[in-house]
Each structure stands twice: as C-alpha cells, then as structure tokens.
Design a protein around this ligand. Structure first.
Ligand code: PDD
Length: 280
C-alpha cells in the first residue's frame, strides 16, 4: 500500500512517526473515515467540515487546506486502486521534544497520516441481509463525543464485550437512554417513524446520519430526533445503525431479544438502498 504522511506518498513500511507524537502519547488527535464506492469518495465535504470542526474544538490547525486534502484522498484511491473501501485520515498535535500535558507551542507541526483499506463487496455486504445483534453497555466515554478524537479505547472494549456475548456490537447507554453504537449512530423504527438520538455533545454527529435523515424526510418518512431507552428499542418494529463503513445496517436483536420476527426490517432495507443509490 501507498500511504500519505506529512506531505509525502510512501510505501506503508517506510512511513514512520515519532515516539513523542501526541497522538501516540496522549490520544491527542482527530480522525475521519470516508468510504469509497466505485472508486469515488462518499460525502467528502461532510467529512471535511466535521474534521475542521473537530480541529477547531481542540485548538488545532490543519496542516493542509481542505482542497488539498481532497486531492490527497483522490490520489490515494488512484495509487491503491480502491474500488470499494475506505480512507482513514488522522491529524495529531505533532511531536514536541518532551512529554508534557500542556499543549506544545502553536508552531509545532501537526502530524497527518492517511491510508486506504480495500473492502471489496462493501456495498453488497451479506451482513445487511442477516442483520446485527447488539448488546447494551454503560457509556463510559468522555463528555465530548461530538469531537472525533482517536481516544477509542472504551469503544474497543465495548466491541470486545459484544463479541464475548456472541453479539456484533454494543449500544451505549447513559441516564437510561441509548447514546450510540461503538462506531455508529443508533436508530429505531416504529411504524413509519424513524427515531434517533438528538445531536449534542453526547454523540458523534454522523455524516451518514445527516444524509440518511435527509433522504428519509425526502421520502416522506417521519423522523424524530430524541432519546430512546433499550426497552423502547426492544419493543420497536425495527432498528438499525449508520456509519461511513456500514452505511445503513439492520439490527435484529438487542440484549438477546429479537426485534419483530428477528429478521431485517423493510424500512432499514429501503433506507440502505436509497442511501447507496443517492450517495454514489
Ligand atoms: N466511526 N458514532 C461514532 C462513535 C463513530 O465512531 C462513528 C463513525 C459514527 C458514524 O459517523 P459517520 O456516519 O460520519 O461515519 C457514529 C467510524 C466509521 C470509525 O470509527 O471507523
């Protein structure tokens, strides 16, 4: 694979980052994941806007313009022949000479890394036919989940808790309400109404979420942006998740309880189809 590091395209085994990098020492960095379908980036502008917002919230400066960043994304897709897959982007606060809790001076160069992952068959994933099982766990992340930081230890632990329970993912719960999945936004469906948590500091503002809600409204479906509990979800007609790496993915079981007849529901299937049609 060819990757991008601080202005250079390099073979992946030649791309090296300092041990003093604050991404490594402090998880002081932000990231984005943009999907690629038919060799084209999906919703790059949305990801670039959210990246800029994450950087602003953490008082970081982008080491590259958003226009140049788009070119780097396109070049990596080309160099690595990505037809279906994704691009990972990470920007950290760089590598000051010593470990220090205080931020380094503003002229410390940020570190920027991008790499691609080929995922042939992403759009036609069999998981979309089968649906996912989720468990609920307490949400023990920090309070600024709207910033897409690389602090992903708790979500990783949540994924392992799900696997240990024979499930595919975990929905996190705070004050009796579902926040989101470990790396995706969570939804339930009741009749023709799609319910998903309102935006705030408690969840990541998903780029796929914004697109799916827009398409749902255009298709005359009702959308409610509000909290819901695991109990309400278990009694819903359907459930699903969204993210750049899964698009719309049905959920068929929550904490061991099947939803409806335990197979993916029609609303999630329709939204997946609309999303894939409209965004590619
Ligand atoms: N995760 N919520 C969380 C906690 C996430 O990590 C993600 C994305 C989402 C969905 O956001 P979007 O629709 O913009 O991808 C929601 C990415 C895919 C990841 O960490 O791999």
């Amino acid at each position: 694979r060819t990757v991008y590091l601080n202005g250079e395209y390099l073979p992946e085994n030649e791309a090296k980052v300092s041990i003093f990098d604050r991404g490594f020492l402090m998880a002081d960095g932000v990231y984005e994941v943009t999907s690629v379908l038919d060799g084209k980036l999906i919703d790059f502008a949305g990801h670039a806007n959210r990246l800029q917002r994450s950087l602003n919230e953490l008082d970081m400066t982008a080491p590259i313009s958003m226009d140049d960043l788009l070119e780097v994304h396109r070049e990596l897709v080309r160099l690595n022949n990505v037809d279906e897959g994704m691009i990972y982007l990470q920007i950290t606060r760089g590598a000051p000479p010593d470990r220090d809790f205080a931020f380094p001076p503003n002229d410390t160069p940020a570190t920027i890394v991008l790499f691609t992952q080929n995922k042939p068959g992403l759009a036609n994933s069999p998981a979309a036919q089968k649906g996912m099982k989720v468990i609920s766990i307490a949400d023990q992340r920090w309070g600024r989940r709207d910033i897409k930081t690389v602090q992903l230890l708790y979500p990783s632990m949540g994924k392992m808790m799900a696997k240990a329970a024979g499930a595919d993912d975990a929905w996190m719960v705070e004050d009796g309400a579902v926040t989101e999945g470990t790396s995706n936004n969570a939804y339930i469906v009741k009749g023709n109404t799609i319910i998903t948590r309102h935006l705030g500091n408690e969840i990541l503002h998903g780029i796929t979420r914004a697109a799916v809600l827009r398409f749902a409204r255009e298709a005359q479906m009702q959308v409610e942006e509000r909290s819901f509990s695991i109990e309400e979800a278990q009694n819903a007609d359907e459930a699903f998740i969204t993210s750049a790496s899964t698009f719309v993915m049905p959920v068929v079981e929550i904490d061991g309880m099947p939803l409806g007849d335990g197979t993916p529901g029609p609303v999630a299937a329709r939204l997946r189809e609309i999303y894939l049609d409209e965004s590619r």
